[in-house]
Design a protein around this ligand. Structure first.
Ligand code: AP5
Ligand code: ZN
Length: 207
């Protein structure tokens, strides 16, 4: 399947994408991870780092290029973190069709708690949370034993900026898919397993 997973920063896109990849064997195409792996890449618009550490969007040409290259060889995929504005959504429409557009719906207060408490593995990138998704041993990744760290942009100040950028730029993308009737809303506030059950049902319904 070709799945687009939308949601605010911290809504659980990365967490649920992992389930989708394991269950359906599709590629995980995520602009956030791709940009983090290329933070210091010099482009004519500067490096991704400058934008990401301020919570701003990286310029469209850089991100569009990443997505185009990643989708080219993908049989099925879950796309996470893109499109983030209407111009990216338009570009996506030109390069692929989609089986499902799913939105993980989470309130703003919950998003702030999730992001500021998130810890990620410095080795494999696995996601944890100091309260909601604790590793077996504090500060240590369950999957690979790597150290857990806070992402540069998960400080309270940058989180607020990211949520503002989401409201201004990405909410219109959600409205757009809602108007075309393609959007399926998933309650993103349940437990990890509850959200996954709803999402899996929506995917099975769509394909
Ligand atoms: P990106 O990496 O895409 O970050 P994001 O969209 O801000 O979303 P996150 O990855 O932070 O959250 P998530 O929804 O994946 O949540 P997670 O599953 O981790 O982008 C980072 C930056 O890159 C952007 O700010 C921008 O600068 C740039 N960028 C990326 N794409 C771009 C684009 N297309 N155009 C321009 N610039 C772009 O969950 C969060 C936490 O909550 C975790 O700790 C998790 O354990 C916990 N959690 C998850 N689900 C639950 C649950 N059900 N209950 C309780 N806790 C939960
Ligand atoms: Zn790890």
């Amino acid at each position: 399947p070709k799945i687009l997973l939308l949601g605010a920063p911290g809504a659980g896109k990365g967490t649920q994408s992992k389930n989708i990849v394991e269950h359906y064997g599709v590629d995980h195409v995520t602009t956030g991870d791709a940009l983090r792996a290329n933070k210091d890449l010099e482009t004519e618009h500067g490096t991704p780092r400058e934008y990401m550490e301020a919570g701003e969007l990286v310029p469209d040409p850089v991100v569009n290029e990443i997505v185009k290259a990643a989708l080219k060889d993908a049989d099925g995929f879950v796309l996470d973190g893109y499109p983030r504005n209407l111009s990216q959504a338009e570009y996506l429409g030109e390069i692929t069709d989609l089986d499902l557009v799913a939105l993980l719906d989470v309130s703003t207060d919950e998003l702030v708690d999730r992001l500021t408490g998130r810890r990620v593995c410095s080795e494999c990138g696995a996601n944890f949370h100091v309260e909601f998704n604790q590793p077996d041993e504090e500060g240590v990744c369950d999957e690979c034993g790597g150290d857990l760290v806070q992402r540069d942009d998960d400080t309270e100040e940058t989180v607020k900026e990211r949520l503002k950028v989401f409201e201004e730029n990405t909410q219109p993308v959600i409205d757009h898919y809602e108007e075309t009737g393609a959007l399926v809303r998933i309650d993103g506030e349940g437990s990890l397993d509850e959200v996954w059950a709803d999402l899996e049902a929506a995917i099975d319904d769509a394909v």
